[in-house]
Design a protein around this ligand. Sequence first.
Ligand SMILES: *Cc1c(COP(=O)(O)O)cnc(C)c1O
Length: 459
Amino acid sequence: MIDAPPRAGRPLPGPDTLLHRREQIVADVVRQGFIDNLHPLCGVLDLDTLDELMLSLKTVYPADLPAVHTIAAKAITLRPVLARFAEAGIGCEVASPGELELALAAGFPADRIVFDSPAKTMPEITRALELGVSFNVDNFEELARVDQAVARIGRTRSVIGVRLNPQTGAGAIDAMSTATSTSKFGIGLADHRDEIIDAFSVRPWLTQLHVHSGSQGMSVEHAAHGVRLTAEVAADVNARAGFQQIQRIDVGGGLPVNFQSDRITPTFADHRAALEAAVPRLFDGTYTLVTEFGRALTAKAGTVVARVEYTKVTGGRPIAITHAGVQVATRSIFAPEAWPLRVEVYDPRGRRREGKPRVQDVAGPACFTGDMLAVGRELPDVRQGDLVAVPDTGGYYFSTHFSYNALPRPAVYTVGTDSDGHRRWSLARRAQTIEQIVTEAGEPSLEPLPFVSPARPSD
Ligand SMILES: *Cc1c(COP(=O)(O)O)cnc(C)c1O
């Protein structure tokens, strides 16, 4: 029995620290000349914040509790940053063949990778099995395929699980809720409970249960309720088997991020407390715990910095035209109510403006009216040549580029304090060049392909 007293884990950076780091970042970006006419915006990840988030996650759980914490690759598909997670002993949750190969390239060992796509092809299932990567089966048809693959390849080191949809309902954002009664992921628990238990009883190699109730907009209690239902299934599977068939419970990710201020809330400690209240069994050492956080491990570490190209007044409203828009903040531009972002104004030398606020709009560079980073926002006067900083963009924003208007992927830099206390800057991802955009826009001309013609009636 593992003793699990209430734990806060390693302290997280406070609001003053996060603001101070961002101010230093913008000043450094100016000094280093990262913003110029060819590169009017960039992304920056603060490695100190990233490391503190990572350490906080690891330390809120008892050190002797068997656990595999993974970073959800889709939140941060930057190879050297994923490599940093790998070096820290974190695993990687992947959901596509590209993410799987990226995780391997970043150095995650196969036994710390979890593969969760709902649309795995037969070769992907085979590859996962051969690598010994853990994966979670999404539906009964996939399970039939896995039966074939296991019969062919044998039982490898892969921990194979089933993803449950606990059907506990939606959070605040429908598009981010994966546990409604009709959500597309996993096998519906309310619909198929008996079939799920039957499926485990004839497949002793199924040893994991997975649940991910959704992301942003999902309360920790709501997610914990889904885990509780999952643990009940685990108990039933084990009782039917007469031995502990379920070895691991994968509780997914989905800890929401506060986009309103520099306060980190809720915390991993809050998440853990909710889990412990709902499912004490999870902390007694029976099961290996798997987590799959994305946004909560990354968002607060990221800042987009973009130049203000022009300002103007239209219909009495001051509008600043910047280079940060839909290409880098896709979700916020298309669904601003669900994904509001803060905007800060810095002068051309990188000092934060603190003048009297005025109601202004901040626009992106793309050619559609909705490309607005902020509408009717109270901000210090924005002037031509200023910089805007967009906090909390470390998760999904850099990894989810939208190539509207053929706008290039910006460079992403990292900055962190080394062991001598020096600030060190690195390039995590080069900016996409205009030449690359032209090359990736297709073939130079339309060449005829070998074509299998349908038989003509005369043939
Ligand atoms: C996206 C995703 C995650 C990570 O979600 P966050 O909200 O970024 O923590 C974890 N698990 C699965 C299966 C996912 O699809």
